[in-house]
Design a protein around this ligand. Sequence first.
Ligand SMILES: [Zn+2]
Length: 323
Amino acid sequence: MGYGKQVYSKALTELESRRRDAMQKADAQVSYFFTLCPRAEEIRQKQASNGAKVAKAVLSGQSAKAALEKLKNENLALQAEFDKLAREHGFTNHQLNPQYSCTKCDDKGFIDGKMCSCLKNLQKAIAYERLNVNLPLENCSFSAFSLQYYQGESRQHMQRIFDYCTRYAAQFHENAPSLFFKGRTGLGKTHLALAIANEVIAKGYGVIYSAVQNFAVSLEKERFERGNDWETSDTNSQLLSCDLLIIDDLGTEFSSSYVNAALYNLINTRLIARKPTIISTNLSMKDLEDRYSERFASRIAGQYGRFEFVGNDIRLQKKEQRK
Ligand SMILES: [Zn+2]
């Protein structure tokens, strides 16, 4: 899947800057080492001139074998001396050589003309970052979720949901089950969905979270701007291919047959591919049937793990406390 030119060039720029940083750091350490130990600098110069001699010997073609052997041994001895001096001055190999973030391609992004996995992953991460701008992740962790706002039986019930969600996040995998969070506003649905997102992102999976109206808006926008069908739109292909998709507040979007069809396709295709989706909504199954379609509701009823959030609006309780 392509991510577009902008994502590609942003990823390349990021790699170049990583590579430059690694080289600059190593260069600075090497220069510092040379000020402490002039002999080390001499060795480096000697190695460089030996390198030039090797090239000459090869080019001249004449009985170069013995000469090459001699130079090779000399270089090994020089390197051993260099390493010994470095150790004596307290420098490690690690400090004196560039430490690239990718050891496969040395942060060049390509190996023998083929794109390295690091460049692919970086593009993926940048694409997700763009889709997840404004993701309110900071305040939504499991540890920030408080059960004190639920009373009596509600608390026990919510404790079970909370426990399930923490296990779900800890054991997340590509074919984890899809979840349906139902309940009124202010009962923690978004908080727990984002807490799962937090952990799953930290494991290196591609997660897309958005309130449903944002999906609807970008789908409609692409449709009008580029005449795209939702089947070929960039937004749709990323929604289909991400490892975990979280659709928040289903039912609050501006309803259109175009968006309804795209949503059904999205949910159905991900189910067939066994890719997990988390949906939060305050609609009942009956509401889903009325608003979308019977088959839409039945896909969710049959294939999603369903959780009913109960209790009293937490946002209101917090407001009360502040009074
Ligand atoms: Zn690489």
